[in-house]
Design a protein. Structure first.
Length: 233
């Protein structure tokens, strides 16, 4: 990836559609329309394009017998590797004896490591509700043998349970979440028992421990389903 790119902002006084069409005919670059401006970004210099646009404004003014002014601004900007920025924004976290890290962080030998390859829609353990759920699992798993992770997302909670010796089932209404959980289980060389696309109302068994790190509104709706599948012993 090149370190810099050029940005050309074009602001005609009128007929922005004609200017947009002209620019698209003149370059292979995509354009962005923002308010009354046209923005072109290119790794190549855009001085010739800027000159052509000004010439077009003059010729268009003469053709329609109307004075059309066009403001242009060229700037050189640093190319940002957004994925790298995203990676740097995520740091490993310690909860109990667990060290939750991504695939691009080093192992911490002083903890039980959980490796997460976070998908865009699913977490890496940094949300406070995830931390709270893990703490609750650590405080309540001792007399449990089975668990269900409802709305599993990246599978963090069920992996914690599995590493504590529980047999874990996972479910989510989003099939991408199931896929992300499966990937993360594989990264950690652990296995879940069963998975399905759906929610707690599709469970065929009851469980000693049920976790559901999902939004409060949905929790209220499915609360009876969660209670029904919880072992009462």
């Amino acid at each position: 990836m090149q370190k810099f790119y050029y940005e050309l902002v074009v602001k005609p006084s009128s007929n922005i559609e004609l200017f947009s069409d002209f620019i698209l005919d003149l370059t292979d670059e995509a354009i962005e329309l923002e308010n009354d401006s046209i923005i072109v970004r290119s790794v190549n210099e855009v001085n010739e394009l800027e000159y052509g646009i000004k010439l077009f404004a003059t010729e268009l003014s003469q053709a329609i017998k109307q004075n059309i002014e066009v403001e242009t601004c060229v700037s050189k900007k640093e190319n940002i590797d957004w994925f790298k920025e995203y990676q740097q924004s995520i740091t490993p976290i310690e909860i109990g004896n667990f060290y939750i890290r991504t695939t691009w962080h080093e192992e911490n030998p002083n903890f039980e490591n959980i490796i997460i390859n976070p998908a865009m829609a699913f977490g890496s353990g940094h949300h406070e509700t995830t931390r709270s759920c893990i703490k609750l699992i650590l405080n309540n798993y001792h007399n449990c043998k089975t668990m269900l992770d409802v709305g599993c997302g990246s599978g963090i909670l069920s992996m914690v349970g599995t590493k504590l010796g529980l047999q874990a089932d996972i479910c989510d209404t989003d099939e991408l979440a199931i896929a992300n959980s499966k990937e993360n289980f594989s990264l950690n060389n652990v296995r879940f028992n069963k998975s399905w696309i759906g929610s707690a109302n599709s469970a065929e068994n009851s469980y000693d421990l049920v976790v559901a790190n999902i939004v409060a509104d949905v929790l209220i709706i499915i609360s009876n389903d969660l209670i029904k599948i919880l072992n009462q012993d």
